[in-house]
Every structure is written in C-alpha cells, then in structure tokens.
Design a protein around this ligand. Sequence first.
Ligand code: URA
Length: 244
Amino acid sequence: MARTHTSRVDKLLSSMGYGSRKEIEKMVRAGRITLDFAVLRDVAKRIPITPDLAHRMKIDGEALDPVAGIVILLNKPLGMTCSHNDEGALVYSMLPKRWRSRNPSISTIGRLDKQTTGLLLLTDDGDLLHHVISPKRYVKKTYRVKLARPLNGTEDELFNSGHLLLENENKPLAPAEMEIVSETEVLLNVTEGRYHQVRRMFAATGNHVEGLHRERLGGLSLPDSMVPGEWRLLSKEEIASIFQ
Ligand code: URA
C-alpha cells in the first residue's frame, strides 16, 4: 500500500503560496489555522497530505486550496498568453493570485497562441504534463478553424497524407483528419502540437486562419456552459478521459 506523504504545516502552506514559513508561523501563533475544527498550535506538526485536507483545514475560516496534484480546465480567452513571463495578459492571471507562488508550480499543458481560444489545461503534475503532450500518446486535439477564404478542395488529402512538410521543418506532419462544416469552417483533429501548427497547415494551402478554438483534447470536451475565462478543477475521471 502506498504510504501517505506528510509535511510540516509551515512547509506545506508556504509551498501552496500562503506566505513564507515565518509568515505561516505567525498565522499559527495567531490561531488563524484550524484542522478538523481544532485550532492548530504547533507549526512543526506533520500533516498527512491527502486530497481531503482541502476540506479539513481552514485558514481564517476559509477552506484550504487544493493540495498538489491538480489539473485545471480553462476556457482560454482571446488575447492571453500561455507564458509565465511575457508582457501583457497571461493565462495564469485567471487563477487565484496565491497560486502563482505554488511549488511545484502550475504550468499549461502545451500552449495555445495568444489569438487561440478554448480548452486549455494547467497542472502542477509534471508527469501528467509530459504524458499529454508526448506525440507517442497520440492524444487527439480538435480545433474549430475559421478561414479567411473558402477551402480549395486539396486540404483533406494533403492533411491526411502524412507527407505535409511545414516551412523550416524536416519531419512531415502526422496525418490529421478534417471535417468540413462550411466552405470557410472546419473541425481539424491533430495529434501533434507543433509551433503554430494549425495556422501553418492552412498557410501551406494558401489560406489564412481567422479564428481558432480548441474544443476537445482526447476524450475531454470543453463544456458549452463554460464562458471564456472560466476555469474549474478536473476530477480523476475527467483526467483519465483525456487518454481515452
Ligand atoms: N495550432 C495553432 O496554430 N495555434 C494554436 O494555438 C494551436 C494549434
């Protein structure tokens, strides 16, 4: 049976962005932290790190943030960058400010361009991140693509051929499936995540992508009910559905 990991309360809360270990010590001394409804008095107390801690521990009466091992689903708004240090609006600014100081840190699983919207995952689980983005896993990404000009009829065969070579690259793209919605709109399924991949695929056909929205990642869909900028944590089942 796997052993439950434990941590000193000051170390744990500091790694979750609640402040320095000194600051946590002050919070404990001030009686601001409770565990199972009892005020915590010992900053050196080792706490078992289990997901239910988020319900059992409270700080100033507020439930603790989720412990490490989280996956966040965000409906990425237009104009936001998937970077920790770019100038301008970053996707991380959509999450609680404290979460930017977590260790392990939260990163996006792959990236969407600034002008791309839709399903974006973020996690502090490095193994999961690598599994999802690994080309060997063939996790299908579905994009709704709006085009500046009508399709010319060659796209489907070209994208499916496994021979399309993007500019400045020497390895052809894996086959991609395309479903036509209208003459200027398609759903495109790709299994890789190369730089500006979808935009460059259509540029190779003489077209231009005007709107790009990711709707699906593996078996996980972005719910219609989630408005741009909205986010929530994924359940274990939803995380597993990515690989289905
Ligand atoms: N392909 C692109 O060109 N941009 C994205 O953001 C995602 C896929």
